[in-house]
Ligand binder design. Structure first.
Ligand code: SF4
Length: 338
């Protein structure tokens, strides 16, 4: 499934977030952290776009920008056809019901002093559309839909297991009938046995309600389970976007290939050739010129150090930002120059 195949729910264009670095008594801005630097993508109804990359690559910042938990430096965020990046706070509040978030740590994101019923009913109350009795009915129905009993609404978060708490987080997001759910590492704090249950629940809910998901994760195994398309981020930029099957069959960008090769194999006796990348991710305060990956790329040529590669469609439905990728080429990258 692609964004083009279904009604578009979200379109992000040229999104940037540069955080000022301030020093001294006068708090002068001496530099900027380029956390997100010109990110564009779309998500359709019923589609899951996974945003992957190492920690610090900017993927969680993208999620917060879309919900305007933090303000973008530049760019457009089209949610259901409206540019929400420029809405005033009051109008934004109404739009926020269309895009909800599921957080990584369900325990930290649930107020321990509130019952499950209050937690799930809070967004409904905030939007002021239902009376108390109708709200309680809606909460009971949503709790049951995520696999919890309606009586659970009287319990407090500490009375639930980790997996149940994440179901509660999903119920809260679902209660207001959003079109888009941004899930930021929603299963990484859960036991492996529970992870699959929560992922399957998210997939069932998507089928039923045609939800669009932006699924943020560092775990390629999880992404392979739930994603339709994958966008790979490196140092604040998207370097590759592809349908899941195509990406795992033959990654076009060397960074994607290295990420896939670094993931553990289910059978430890199986060996495979790995594309090794060395060194640490450079600072986003002063990212390398040209291709940001050139300091770690085993295929880098002179052009990579000076000229930034554009994210372009080299294969139908697939985008990559690499000077060495020719149109139609999906083979392994060599040390050739185009
Ligand atoms: Fe490597 Fe150059 Fe391609 Fe960047 S543009 S990924 S440095 S080969």
């Amino acid at each position: 499934m692609t964004g083009a195949a279904s009604a578009q729910v979200l379109a992000v264009e040229g999104l940037k977030k540069h955080f000022p670095v301030q020093r001294g008594l006068l708090r002068r801005t001496v530099a900027h952290v380029q956390a997100v630097d010109g990110v564009s993508f779309t998500i359709g109804a019923g589609e899951t776009l996974c945003l992957v990359g190492e920690s610090g690559c900017g993927k969680s910042t993208v999620g917060k920008l879309i919900l305007r938990f933090i303000e973008p430096t530049e760019g457009r965020i089209m949610l259901g056809g409206t540019d929400i990046a420029s809405l005033d706070p009051n109008t934004m509040r109404q739009y926020r019901r269309n895009a909800q978030m599921v957080f990584q740590d369900p325990y930290a994101s649930l107020n321990p002093r509130l019952t499950a019923g209050t937690i799930v009913g809070e967004p409904l109350e905030n939007f002021g559309e239902m009376g108390a009795a109708e709200r309680e009915q809606r909460v009971a129905a949503v709790l049951e839909r995520v696999g919890l009993r309606a009586e659970a609404m009287r319990k407090y978060p500490f009375e639930f297991s980790g997996g149940q708490r994440q179901r509660l987080g999903i119920a809260r997001a679902l209660a207001v009938n959003p079109a888009l759910i941004i899930a930021d590492e929603p299963v990484s704090a859960l036991d492996v046995s529970v992870q699959a249950q929560v992922l399957n629940l998210l997939m069932d809910l998507q089928d039923e309600f045609k939800l669009a998901y932006l699924f943020i994760s560092h775990d390629l195994g999880v992404v392979e389970h739930i994603g339709h398309r994958i966008a790979v981020m490196y140092l604040g930029k998207i370097v590759e976007v592809a349908p899941k099957e195509a990406l795992f069959a033959a990654a076009l960008h060397p960074y994607t290939q290295a990420l896939i090769d670094a993931a553990p194999l289910p059978d430890p006796r199986v060996r495979r050739e790995r594309l090794m990348i060395e060194g640490d991710v450079p600072s986003p305060i002063n990212p390398p010129p040209g291709c940001r990956f050139h300091t770690r790329c085993p295929f880098a040529v002179a052009r990579c150090r000076t000229e930034e590669p554009a994210l372009r469609e080299t294969v139908p439905g697939r985008l990559v930002a690499c000077h060495l990728r020719r149109n139609g080429d999906v083979g392994p990258l060599g040390r050739q120059v185009p």
